[in-house]
Design a protein around this ligand. Structure first.
Ligand SMILES: N[C@@H](CCC(=O)N[C@@H](CS)C(=O)NCC(=O)O)C(=O)O
Length: 201
C-alpha cells in the first residue's frame, strides 16, 4: 500500500496510529507530500488534493482518513478498533465523533489563522476555539476514558490525536490545568508505541 501523508497532519497521524495498532506499517510505503502544493502524484490519487490518501495493493485509491482507518481496521491484524456490533460499537462511535470533531475544529483554527488576510478578523477561528474549549470540558467529564488507554478503540485514538494536535498547534488553550484527568489520560495514551512513533517531530 502507498500512503500519501505529511508530518503535521492530524488526519494522517490518525491513519498512522491505526496502522501501528493493526501492525500494518511494514506493508505501507509512506509518500511524504505537501498537499498545499497540489503535486500531480497526489492529485492522481485524491482529486481534493488532501492528505492522507491511500492506494491499496490492487491500485484502489481511498481518500478521507475515516475511510482509510476503516480499511486498515478491516485488513490489519489484532483487535478490532471500531467494533462492528452494538453494544460495543456505541461508545466507540460516540468517542469517534467527539475525537474527529476535535481534530476538525483544532485544524480549522490553525488553517484559518494561517490563510487569513492580515486585516481579516478570524471569526471562524474564534468560534472553533470556543468549541475546542467546550469539547475539552466534555471530555474531562467523560468517565469512560479513564481505563481506555489499555485497549483503546478508534474513538479513543481519535481523541488522543485531537488533543495532542490541539496542544501542538494551540498552546494558548492551556487546558491541562482545567482538565487534569484528561491530561493524565493523554499522557498514558502518549506512551503507546502507535502514538510515540507517529508523533510530529
Ligand atoms: N476530511 C479529511 C481532511 C484532510 C485534510 O484536511 N488534510 C489537510 C492536511 S491536515 C490537507 O491536506 N489540506 C490541503 C487542502 O485542504 O487543500 C480527512 O479526514 O482526511
Amino acid at each position: 500500500m502507498k500512503l500519501y501523508l505529511n508530518k503535521t497532519s492530524p488526519y494522517a497521524r490518525l491513519v498512522m496510529v491505526v496502522a501501528h495498532e493493526k501492525a500494518l506499517t511494514e506493508t505501507i510505503e509512506c509518500v511524504w507530500t505537501d498537499p498545499w502544493a497540489s503535486p500531480a502524484e497526489l492529485l492522481a490519487v485524491n482529486p481534493y488534493a488532501k492528505v492522507p490518501a491511500l492506494v491499496t495493493d490492487d491500485g484502489q485509491p481511498i481518500v478521507e482518513s475515516a475511510c482509510i482507518c476503516d480499511y486498515l481496521d478491516e485488513t490489519g491484524s489484532g483487535r478490532r478498533l471500531f467494533p462492528r456490533e452494538l453494544p460495543q460499537r456505541l461508545p466507540a462511535l460516540r468517542k469517534y465523533g467527539l475525537g474527529r470533531a476535535l481534530i476538525d475544529v483544532a485544524f480549522g483554527v490553525t488553517i484559518e489563522r494561517r490563510f487569513a488576510a492580515p486585516d481579516h478578523k478570524p471569526a471562524l477561528a474564534e468560534r472553533w476555539l470556543a468549541a475546542v474549549n467546550r469539547a475539552l470540558d466534555v471530555l474531562e467529564h467523560d468517565g469512560t476514558l479513564s481505563r481506555s488507554h489499555e485497549a483503546p478503540d478508534l474513538g479513543d485514538l481519535a481523541i488522543a490525536v485531537g488533543l495532542s494536535y490541539a496542544e501542538f498547534r494551540l498552546p494558548e488553550v492551556r487546558w491541562r490545568a482545567s482538565a487534569p484527568r484528561l491530561a493524565q489520560w493523554l499522557d498514558r495514551m502518549a506512551l503507546r508505541p502507535s502514538m510515540r512513533l507517529s508523533a510530529p517531530e
